[in-house]
Design a protein around this ligand. Structure first.
Ligand code: GNR
Ligand code: NI
Length: 167
């Protein structure tokens, strides 16, 4: 197992659009294991391959408190979405900053598991936030893209300041 390096904004590689996974082999399983290790160590509740500079459609998440709800989504597709919610989000690529983001309340997703088997499920609330946040990463999108330009520039200044303090 290995801890992977998480790219931080404004790294342009975070804007890369991920390509579909086509090979479901031992190397993919190793990458999934390393992504879980990296996510739990951070600690975070989700991690998209984009954030560890792997530009394949792959994400992991676990919003439980005891590592009991580990999920792997490969080649995820949004089938349906409904409702709205506002949730305070953070992102491992923006350490220490948080903002309210509006997203769908409920999403239905199709994906493949680590063996390539088709899966389909529906989630709502915080889990739906996480799925949408991670799927954004795979499309080269980040949570501050959902904010007004005024809010975004205030947050990015805050991120800059935090970096200077810790430098
Ligand atoms: O760890 C994370 N917490 C979080 C909190 C609210 C909404 C979304 C997230 S995802 C984030 C990890 C991350 O950056 N995933 O891409
Ligand atoms: Ni993120």
């Amino acid at each position: 197992m290995a801890l992977l390096t998480i790219l931080e904004f404004p790294d342009p590689r975070l804007r890369t659009k991920a390509q579909p996974v086509t090979v479901f082999d031992a190397q993919l399983k190793q990458l999934v294991a390393d992504m879980f290790e990296t996510m739990y160590a951070a600690p975070g509740v989700g991690l998209a391959a984009t954030q560890v500079n792997v530009h394949q459609q792959l994400l992991v998440m676990d919003m439980s408190e005891d590592k009991s709800d580990a999920r792997v989504l490969i080649n995820p597709r949004l089938l349906e979405k409904s409702g709205e919610q506002i949730f305070q989000e953070g992102c491992l690529s923006f350490p220490g900053i948080y903002a309210d983001v509006e997203r769908a309340l409920r999403v239905k997703v199709a994906a493949q598991d680590v063996d390539g088997k088709h899966i389909e499920f529906e989630v709502e609330g915080p889990l739906a936030v996480c799925v949408q946040h991670e799927m954004d990463h795979l499309a080269g999108k980040v949570f501050v893209d959902h904010l007004s330009s005024l809010k975004r520039s205030l947050l990015l200044k805050k991120l800059d300041k935090k970096r200077k303090q810790s430098a």
